[in-house]
Write a protein that binds this ligand. Structure first.
Ligand code: UD1
Ligand code: UDP
Length: 356
């Protein structure tokens, strides 16, 4: 076997496993790809389930770093990732999204003069109170190549004078969804979870929605006013708040464990509306033509709002429940996120970064 250039893909959180899986499949045909899992997400249903279901190769390293504040967590990732990168001397490092794992990976690669790609670059909420905003701004500065999902993200990078290293590849989550849709549709998710009749699907995990118990209680109470079955796979951050702060759950809201990707996509496909503060789920809602109500003051995925399929809602608004009930978009859609994105990324790597 001829020597293949070595790529180190660095992941740690649920959405990063979902972004990694379509790319890893194509990279491995041409490169020696190795995977580092920082350990940021560690529950079986937040991590192993994704590796098994999506047939992602077992990580070559799991650094087991998950507790502590932002500084402690990111700092320990820097220390441990430096050891792996120094020993492995990869030709290229790839980081995804906007978590602490992303920042640690991009910063380490820059300090060690290893070329790096930031996938999902250029997104901005312009809200510096979000840890994700700090992580993505810093990762875009540190990385050598920016793989950009949308035109808005390209425009953001141009305004920051970063366009010279930007490549408009499209959004890798298009491929993730495409690869599993058929299989997901065959799952008996609703039967298994004993869900019958119409329902809305809810996820919440942003610190500004769930870390303040009063805010979390307000959101759930307001959603209870809808008098509609709401299925709520609960993120561990939110689960911890609900149990530690004794949050009361309205009768219409059904708490379930975080679901695997196939079951979750099936829940999205069969629900009436999606209520969320997640980034990835806003995109999936758009692609699957589901009305999406985003419980946030702003979004990075502005095109989905402009096209009328996503609406920002504020639980402090007295018309919150009414706005959700009345939101029934029917308009057309545009090609926001691209197609065959893993292939586009591979071609960009082969042409501009690392001939295989
Ligand atoms: C992280 C990312 C966020 C991303 C989200 C995806 C940062 C700063 N935040 O947020 O950008 O949108 O992942 O889901 O990187 N926990 C468990 N079990 C797990 C995972 C987490 O108990 O499997 C607990 C942690 O111990 C911690 C809390 O949940 O107490 C939050 O986890 P953390 O990874 O710090 O942030 P997320 O809210 O998951
Ligand atoms: N997801 C999942 N199971 C769940 C909830 C979400 O598989 O119970 C998937 C969802 O389909 C999407 C991704 O997780 O692809 C979004 O991750 P998350 O909301 O944790 O993070 P964000 O996208 O906001 O960074």
């Amino acid at each position: 076997m001829p020597h293949q250039p070595k790529i180190l893909s660095i992941v740690g959180a649920r959405p990063q496993f979902i972004k990694l899986f379509p790319l890893s499949r194509v990279l491995r045909k041409h490169y020696d790809e190795k995977i580092v899992h920082t350990g940021q997400h560690f529950d079986e249903e937040m991590s192993d389930l994704f590796f098994n279901e999506l047939e992602i190769p077992e990580p070559d390293w799991n650094l087991g770093i998950n507790r502590g504040g932002h500084g402690g967590q990111t700092g320990r990732m820097l220390i441990e990732l430096e050891k792996v990168m120094t020993e492995q001397q990869p030709d290229l490092v790839i980081v995804f999204g906007d978590t602490n794992t992303t920042l640690a990976g991009a910063l380490n690669a820059a300090k060690l003069h290893i070329p790096s790609i930031h996938i999902e670059a250029g997104l901005r909420s312009f809200n510096r109170s979000m840890p994700e905003e700090i992580n993505r701004v810093m990762a875009d500065q540190a990385a050598d190549y920016l793989f950009v999902p949308t035109q808005t993200a390209m425009d953001n990078l141009r305004k920051e004078a970063l366009e010279a290293k930007a490549h408009h590849t499209g959004d890798i989550m298009v491929d993730s969804l495409e690869l599993i849709t058929e299989k997901a549709q065959k799952r008996n998710t609703l039967e298994r979870l004993d869900i019958s009749g119409d329902y809305h699907l809810l996820t919440l995990h942003r610190p500004y929605n769930v870390d303040d118990p009063e805010k979390l209680q307000l959101i759930l109470n307001k959603l209870g006013e809808l008098n509609k079955t709401i299925v709520f796979p609960v993120h561990p951050r939110t689960r911890n708040m609900i149990s530690n702060k004794n949050i009361q759950i309205p009768d219409s809201i059904r708490l379930i464990k975080p679901q695997g990707y196939l079951d979750f996509i099936n829940l999205e496909a069969r629900c009436q509306k999606i209520l969320t503060d997640s980034g990835g789920i806003q995109k999936e809602a758009y692609i699957q033509k589901k009305p999406c109500l985003t419980i946030r003051p702003e979004t990075e995925w502005v095109e989905t709002v402009h096209d009328g399929w996503n609406m920002l809602v504020d639980p402090g608004d007295e018309n919150f429940a009414r706005k959700i009930s009345r939101f029934n978009p029917t308009g057309g859609q545009s090609d926001i996120f691209g197609r065959n994105v893993a292939d586009a990324m591979l071609a960009t790597i082969q042409k501009n970064i690392l001939p295989s």
